[in-house]
Design a protein around this ligand. Structure first.
Ligand SMILES: Nc1ncnc2c1ncn2[C@@H]1O[C@H](COP(=O)(O)OP(=O)(O)OP(=O)(O)O)[C@@H](O)[C@H]1O
Ligand SMILES: [Mg+2]
Length: 486
């Protein structure tokens, strides 16, 4: 491959977050100019970290990260950093540039158009955190696009986006002429436009490079594992043959002992030829969210408020009563007020929603802001467990792949997917009677989703779910749907 072809290359690059936290071990890979590449790998493997190595926000321990001369890079992060949530839209976009941009307002509007968010002068004064999760996802994306970079890095851009948003983004990326690298766990989305896949293997700490789309890669990997297993099985058979013969000749004694020795040596040689079989990424253990046992009506929703198309709150009437084991799905486009409604319900301040006294609420929040980022994982889980039985807490955590090297980490420095898994571990320990889930698939690796869907399906308390992922919702037992648009 000609060197000019590459826009970024990693050469024997190693990186770690301290002693126990290796991320890359002499990894090599190349991203070629003009290609559309997907980055895959288990939650917490280090995908977002690699983006930071590319933007030079982090430096490798050893080896190199080569960028072609003069290349401009823009990164759309996985989430908006907490301090940036307090900025106005204008200041948020101004931060993307090192120099003052004089015509920023029309440029903001142009780029908001691209991400399907209608911009206007008044909106530029609005504070970022006043936008819904899906709208914030669009702002993030726009903040990278406004820089018109040679290399566009998108970290989980489909989180929180509704169907229309994902379709719009897919179309945009299909027509995009420059180099794009996307981290995402949404296979359908990725398959629509990728030329190749980079796979960060959490076991070897290396990056594997594949051609084709996600489905091709899955096929290729399983074919490879099968081939490696076959080769090892064949070798194992030959080794056993040699050992059997060696035993046979050894018993004969005399000259035959020499033959036996040769046979044993041959067996040892073959042993060395065995290959390391590629290990699969790990999946969380099947789990159950225990429920607080209460009889009768747990939640009653007689009215609720949504945000209309012209940004006004509108109150609506409803007749929803949730008893033990009843599951309600809330539907509606980005920005209609789903999270606002769920948050008010969780606090017990939603006008029109009555939660029966004594019902314990378990709340999975879209942006994890109910988690204390300064606390360690262990502390957070101990609190959820009511302060005792550390052994059980550790066991539950390990089921969610929160292993002993991660459990003493502060929540704030976990990867986003790890935060999600911690949030689920908390629900298991909390034993809620009423479960509120706001986009529980965000950031979470797709291989865990069937297990999460199963746990939610089987949950025996009252439950309200918001999710923009139809394939996920389809796997969950739902008794009633409330469409906020109607
Ligand atoms: N500042 C930090 N200090 C210590 N450990 C960190 C820090 N940032 C990240 N880590 C750890 O490094 C690992 C990689 O994190 P990273 O965010 O790159 O993962 P990721 O592959 O993007 O995961 P996800 O799919 O969940 O987004 C995780 O185990 C995380 O806990
Ligand atoms: Mg990440």
């Amino acid at each position: 491959m000609a060197k000019t072809d590459s826009i970024v290359s990693f050469e024997k690059t190693s990186f770690d977050y301290g002693q126990n936290k290796p991320i890359l071990d002499e990894a090599n890979f190349v991203i070629r100019r003009g290609t559309k590449i997907t980055f895959m790998g288990q939650n917490g493997a280090g995908k977002s970290t690699i983006f930071q190595l590319i933007t030079k926000a982090l430096k490798p321990e050893s080896g190199k990260v080569n960028l072609t001369n003069g290349v401009t890079i823009a990164l759309s992060r996985q989430v908006i950093p907490r301090p940036d949530l307090e900025l106005t839209v204008r200041a948020f976009f101004e931060k993307c540039f090192t120099e003052k941009v004089y015509d920023i307002d029309p440029r903001i509007d142009a780029v908001l158009e691209v991400v399907n968010l209608k911009g206007h002068a008044k909106m530029h004064e609005r504070i970022v955190k006043s936008f819904s999760g899906g709208q914030q996802a669009r702002l993030l994306l726009a903040s990278a696009l406004i820089q018109d970079p040679d290399l566009l890095l998108l970290d989980e851009p489909t989180n929180n986006l509704d169907k229309a948003g994902i379709e719009h983004l897919t179309q945009f990326l299909t027509g995009y002429k420059k180099t794009v690298v996307v981290i995402s766990h949404d296979a359908d989305f990725l398959n629509a436009f990728t030329d190749g896949v980079l796979y960060l293997d959490i076991h070897t700490r290396k990056v594997e490079q594949y051609h084709g789309n996600y489905f091709d890669v899955v096929k290729e990997i399983s074919a490879r594992i099968e081939k490696e297993n076959r080769k090892n099985a064949q070798l194992a058979k030959e080794i056993q043959d040699n050992k059997d013969k060696a035993n046979f000749f050894a018993q004969k004694g005399g000259q035959m002992r020499l033959v036996a020795k040769r046979m044993r040596e041959k067996a040892e040689e073959l042993e060395d030829e065995k290959v390391d079989v590629r290990k699969e990424d790990r999946t969380i253990r099947p789990f159950e969210i225990p429920h607080q046992d209460m009889l009768g009506e747990l939640v009653n929703i007689s009215s609720y408020t949504v945000i209309s198309k012209n940004h006004k709150p509108v109150a609506r009437k409803s007749h929803i009563s949730l008893k033990r084991g009843q599951h309600l799905l809330l539907r509606g486009p980005n920005g209609i007020g789903k999270s606002t409604l769920l948050e008010a319900m969780a606090r017990g301040t939603a006008p029109g929603t009555k939660i029966t006294d004594g019902v314990k609420v378990g709340y999975y929040r879209q942006d994890f802001s109910t988690l204390n980022f300064d606390e360690t994982v262990l502390k957070s889980l101990m609190t959820a467990a009511g302060g005792f039985d550390q052994e059980r807490v550790r066991a539950v955590a390990s089921g969610f792949l929160i292993t002993s090297d991660v459990i003493d980490t502060k929540i704030g420095s976990l990867s986003e997917g790890q935060k999600g898994l911690v949030a689920f571990a908390r629900l298991v320990l909390e034993k809620p009677g009423f479960l509120i889930l706001d986009e529980p698939t965000n950031h979470i690796n797709f291989r865990h989703l069937p297990l999460i869907a199963k746990a939610l399906s089987e949950y025996k308390g009252a439950m309200i779910l918001v999710s923009h992922v139809p394939e996920f919702v389809a796997q969950i037992r739902i008794d009633e749907t409330l469409d906020l648009e109607k």
